[in-house]
Design a protein around this ligand. Structure first.
Ligand code: P5A
Length: 431
């Protein structure tokens, strides 16, 4: 992608109403733009990151046989009247009328729809276990939307729904999802802290939140200081709670073994048994022809909030520092002297080698943003650091005389000199 063709309206100014790093940097780097309170346009840079995150989620869901589909964003109120949540959900639910005066709502979550699709098609215990998920927009009319996409009203969520024959099955599904979430967040360069949590409006009696440590987080976490080094098996049972659940009088952990930190909730999983299957009369027949209500769970990831959480945990005073797995591009190419023919030639050669020839059908291995704009060197460097692509290839007139360019690591600031050929060897498309 040529930066001169790319829609990333960057800005030097710190927006007045943005208070935390991720919000400021997402606005300044031209990732998002506010459409209304708590509602954002997702511009191309941010969309690339949403897609990278979604792909990691898809891969990890596939490993546990969780199948992707789309529920709907507009739901009929009837399902929610059946489950008993239509009134209970209160003002956070955006309620709509169609032209025939029918009652609808914009999805805040999809437990009812998942139960509905299940009861329509699954009639036998042989159809279990089943796990369905989507990555789709939600709307919650939060009283206090704040910190940009961190607490939005419209936001992108990954939501999964599992159906099992009995409690043991449901618990196994819950644990598989728990492990999948740990892997998912780690692949994004994060250290997830799973905490035992309240299940709130979703209901049920087994629930974990996945928190990412950040000073600007809205939750306060109390956890065993062994947690960051615990094995995956230990993680589920190690002491970790949010402030709502913490009681110093009943805590099993002595104070000197306790850590207290702020966190951002990026995921939340729930086991709620037959709450929805019974309320909505979703059942299968067992081997003996008896009615059996499936045991259910639901599992959420705040996909759009994750972008803010990643930036909170990975930035400096100059801008974002993307972990490689979710970066909008793998490498950015900066031609500092666009009027110099040697620079132009070298940059063009590197650019074409990374993108590959049209004839080459190998999937693109690395994605490059080539800053070919006719602007000052300072502006190019500032934008590159602000946007935070992990690798910068810098082509300048002095070095190119000796057939050298610079490769800079955005995170460490380390610079190594290489020939354009070596850059191509490292980032070029392998046909
Ligand atoms: C689980 C999946 C649920 O809704 N039903 C389907 C369950 N859980 S949840 O905890 O309420 O939400 C899941 C995750 O969504 C993110 N999230 C938000 N992100 C941005 N803005 C919001 N207003 C918002 N509300 C929830 C969180 O990451 C949460 O863990």
């Amino acid at each position: 992608m040529l930066f001169s063709n790319f829609f990333a309206p960057t800005s030097k100014d710190t927006p007045a109403d943005a208070k935390i790093a991720s919000h400021i940097l997402m606005l300044r780097s031209g990732m998002v733009s506010q459409a209304a309170s708590g509602i954002y346009y997702w511009l191309p840079l941010a969309t690339r990151v949403l897609e990278k995150i979604s792909r990691i989620i898809d891969e990890e869901q596939a490993r546990i046989n969780s199948q992707k589909m789309y529920f709907t964003t507009i739901q009929s109120a009837d399902l929610w009247i059946e489950s008993g949540r239509y009134e209970a959900y209160g003002k956070e639910m955006l309620r709509l009328k169609d032209r025939k005066d029918g009652d609808f709502l914009y999805s805040p979550t999809n437990e009812e729809q998942a139960t509905d699709i299940f009861r329509k098609y699954v009639k036998s215990y042989r159809g279990l276990p089943l796990c369905l998920y989507q990555i789709h927009w939600k709307f919650r009319d939060e009283i206090r939307p704040r910190f940009g996409v961190m607490r939005g009203r419209e936001f992108l969520m990954k939501d999964a729904y599992s159906f099992d024959i009995n409690f043991e099955g449901a618990k196994a599904s819950y644990m598989k999802m728990f492990q999948a979430y740990i892997r998912t967040f780690r692949r994004m360069g994060l250290t997830p802290i799973p905490v035992q949590a309240d299940s709130g409006a979703i209901g049920g009696n087994m629930s974990h939140e996945f928190q990412i440590l950040a000073e600007t987080g809205e939750s306060t976490l109390y956890y065993d200081k062994k947690l960051p080094t615990a094995s995956d098996e230990e993680l589920m049972n190690i002491f970790a709670v949010t402030n709502e659940k913490y009681d110093p009088n009943t805590s099993s952990i002595p104070e000197n073994e306790l850590m207290v930190s702020k966190g951002v909730e990026v995921g939340h999983i729930f086991y709620f048994g037959t709450k929805y299957s019974k309320a909505m009369n979703a059942f299968v027949l067992d081997e003996n022809g008896n009615k059996l209500y499936p045991e259910m769970g639901s599992y959420g990831i705040g996909v759009s909030r994750l972008i803010a959480a990643i930036i909170e945990s990975s930035h400096d005073e100059r801008g974002i520092i993307w972990p490689e797995a979710v970066a909008p591009f793998d490498v950015t190419l900066l031609n500092l002297h666009h009027k110099n023919e040697k620079c132009r030639e070298a940059a063009q050669k590197i650019y074409e080698a990374i993108n590959g020839h049209r004839k080459c059908s190998a999937p693109t291995q690395k994605e490059v943003l080539y800053d070919d704009r006719e602007i000052s060197i300072g502006e190019k460097f500032a934008d590159a650091d602000l946007i935070g692509i992990p690798w910068q290839v810098i082509v300048g007139e002095k070095k190119i005389k000796n057939n050298l360019v610079e490769l800079k690591n955005r995170k460490t600031g380390e610079i190594i000199e290489m020939s354009p050929e070596e850059i191509i060897e490292r980032f070029g498309k392998k046909c």
